[in-house]
Design a protein around this ligand. Structure first.
Ligand code: APR
Ligand code: PHB
Length: 403
């Protein structure tokens, strides 16, 4: 990043301006920096605020390999837990193993997103790529011309000239809004319930469990040998204060088959929050010099554990495209970015919607609907083909040219 003072506003220059210092922005910054591509990250929050966010915790094997390629796999490989499959329970009595390793040859890793983000911040700070925190009023300019970003930091208005802008600023960011409405098409589905999530310093169940029950969905996950992550579906109108620890644990255990629920070790919650569920996609994911990545472009309900993994495959595609631009003078990958990324996004959106529809109780749901949910799970249990198909999707769709 170079600084000139053409006007009273300090004018900075870089090759790629990255808006957003979450997993998408920080992994992209790290990968570009390793290629010698100049970049600057503009993040509106403090580093502590970003790292304090509690998010999901399942990495597809492709994501594991990408993080290793980026040089941030050491703690993940040490502390993460490799799983060869996930378990499903329904109607309080039936269970099945979805054996990803058997059907796809791929495992997945249980490793918290907050740990991924910490690892990325540690790696980026080692290479001294500029990550500007507490920036405000970020605005994107001349996306089809002399692209640049303006922002305010420490009360000083600044301008950052750049060749490209990576919009990694999440669902509530500004990048997506910079695409003209005449060009943009948004697709959205909002679900009529939420997830109440609890973190507890207790030993988790050995496996991940997705649970369908007439009382509602439940999920058992993990962060480490002494840190468990559990969720129960709840009305979207519920507030965290409506849920004591005792009520949470009783409701969670009631949704599992007794032999599984009785193995859940309860304890005080150290974090408790309610999150809404939504499906969202914006098209295109590119406009001129702007490339949208991760939650800025798409949102999935957490049922399929795909939010972070989709963000990382977007980053992979953009990293390869920008590298080809600067090192080979070709834009064939950048020109295909939106098409290739959206292909994987939509397949993953469909899977996440399907898992959500299959496993949750919907307010208007009839008894017929509930029985067909159980029948669909019974039919998957009876078909190795169906289990293989579910395993393929849970393990993660292929990433084109995932070299
Ligand atoms: N200016 C600068 N930074 C911004 C702005 C803005 N106007 N708006 C948002 N940001 C920052 C946020 O503070 C956040 O740190 O952009 C970052 C976006 O990070 P995420 O929301 O985590 O999105 P992403 O990096 O794509 O990661 C996707 O995070 O939310 C989960 O489920 C999601 O697992 C998925 C992953
Ligand atoms: C989590 O560990 O937080 C988690 C795991 C699987 C999901 C969603 C969240 O599908």
């Amino acid at each position: 990043m170079t600084q000139t003072h053409k006007t009273q506003t300090p004018v900075l220059k870089t090759q790629v301006a990255i808006i957003g210092g979450g997993p998408s922005g920080m992994l992209l910054s790290l990968l570009l920096s390793k290629e010698g591509i100049d970049n600057v990250v503009l993040e509106r929050s403090s580093r502590d605020h970003v790292l304090a966010r509690i998010r999901a915790g399942v990495l597809e094997w492709g994501s594991v390999e990408l993080l290793r390629r980026a040089g941030v796999g050491a703690r993940m490989d040490r502390d993460g837990h490799v799983h060869n499959g996930t378990r499903v329970a329904w109607q309080g009595e039936h269970t099945m193993l979805i054996d990803s390793k058997k059907w796809t040859g791929k495992s997945f890793m249980a490793y918290g997103q907050s740990y991924v983000t910490e690892d990325l911040y540690a790696a980026v700070s080692e290479i001294e790529t500029p990550v500007l925190h507490d920036v405000s009023d970020v605005q994107l300019h001349e996306l089809t011309g002399a692209s640049h970003v303006t922002f305010v930091q420490d009360g000083v208005a600044q301008r950052l000239d750049c060749d490209f802008i990576a919009g990694c600023d999440g669902f509530h960011g500004v990048s997506r809004q910079a695409i003209p409405a005449s060009v943009q098409k948004n697709y959205e589905k909002v679900y009529p319930f939420g997830w109440l999530g609890v973190l507890s310093e207790t030993p988790p169940l050995p496996d991940l469990w997705y649970v369908q029950h007439e009382r509602g969905f439940a999920l058992a996950s993990q962060r480490s040998a002494m840190l468990s992550r559990y969720y129960v579906q709840c009305p979207i109108t519920d507030r965290v204060e409506d849920w004591s620890d005792e009520r949470f644990w009783n409701e969670l255990i009631a949704r599992f088959p007794p032999e599984i629920g009785s193995a859940i070790i309860t304890g005080p919650s150290i974090e408790k929050s309610i999150a809404p569920l939504r499906s969202f996609v914006t098209e295109p994911m590119r406009y001129g010099a702007l490339f949208l990545c991760g939650d800025a472009a798409h949102i999935v309900p957490p049922t399929g554990a795909k939010g972070l993994n989709l963000a990382l495959s977007d980053v992979y595609y953009l990293w390869r495209g920008l590298t080809q631009h600067y090192q080979q003078g070709s834009d064939t990958l950048l020109d295909r970015y939106s098409e290739v990324a959206l292909d994987r996004v939509w397949k993953t959106e469909r899977f996440s919607w399907w898992m959500t529809s299959l496993l949750h109780v919907f307010p208007e749901q009839s008894s017929f609907d509930h029985r067909t949910q159980a029948a669909e799970l019974n039919s998957i249990l009876a078909s190795e083909h169906a289990q293989a198909w579910l395993a393929e999707q849970y393990a993660g769709f292929p990433v084109e040219d995932w070299g």
